[in-house]
Design a protein around this ligand. Sequence first.
Ligand code: CP
Ligand code: NVA
Length: 306
Amino acid sequence: MTGLIGRDLLGLADLSRQEVKDLLQMATQLKSQQLKLRCEKVLGLLFSKASTRTRVSFTVAMYQLGGQVIDLNPNVTQVSRGEPIQDTARVLDRYLDVLAIRTFAQQDLVTFASYAKIPVINALTDLEHPCQILADLMTIQECFGDLDGLTLTYVGDGNNVANSLMLGCALVGMNVRVGIPQGFEPNSAVVQQAREIAGDKSQVILTDDPQVAAKGAHVLYTDVWASMGQEEEANDRMPIFQPYQINDGLLEVADSEAIVLHCLPAHRDEEITDAVIEGTRSRVWDQAENRMHAQKALLASILGAS
Ligand code: CP
Ligand code: NVA
């Protein structure tokens, strides 16, 4: 059992190397049913952005632990009418045992967590998507065994997924190369934080050359070129990001055993070709499934399930 009882997960760097390792092990044991845990608690989902995987995987994970879930869609609560975060947080705190929040500004999540005594989980902000990366690391571990020393290449936009991937790879001793057009780099404070975590164990490299980034990589990863909230920029971004598409050509440059990941939802033939996402190297469906196992481990650990 990891020692995460009562803790928030606002960003991936809230976890230590050992805690990530323990969570991945617990998730793997829960998936194989070698480990069975019960936890009759209530999870709230407060999502201000759309979600399929995160919403459903959290819900099913909590049900399978024996708990319950309340979907707090902002449109049917007072959140959309502008009730202050501080007030909503202190009220929900009195009802729920744990809360997963999907929102825009990381600061709103931080404010929420500072007013709620219950554990708060980042279910995606503009800055980070830590739950996604726990499932990604689990998927890579399933494919390669040991994570130590592997190289993951992320090509595309320097967004929330890129930020959390850099932190996640650094935490488990993986090299991470980010191939991103100039002007779309990941958050500079997060890059710095990832480099500090990596220390001399692994490397965090930024380049604007996708071929250089992908050379010999064990994992190729991408995400949409315009995230939720950036939809209006999507058309202008298309020609800028085109050279960063994961296609057969980029796969050729990677390791011969390389796998391809995408957090989904994908825009086929934009950031990834239909042929690659449907191809033999793609592990995106296992990756999506693992969201449920990884978040079950996280919930169990935070709530002290037994
Ligand atoms: N990958 C991911 O978070 O998917 P959803 O937006 O569907 O939750
Ligand atoms: N970067 C994407 C991830 C979606 C799961 C977004 O924020 O829209």
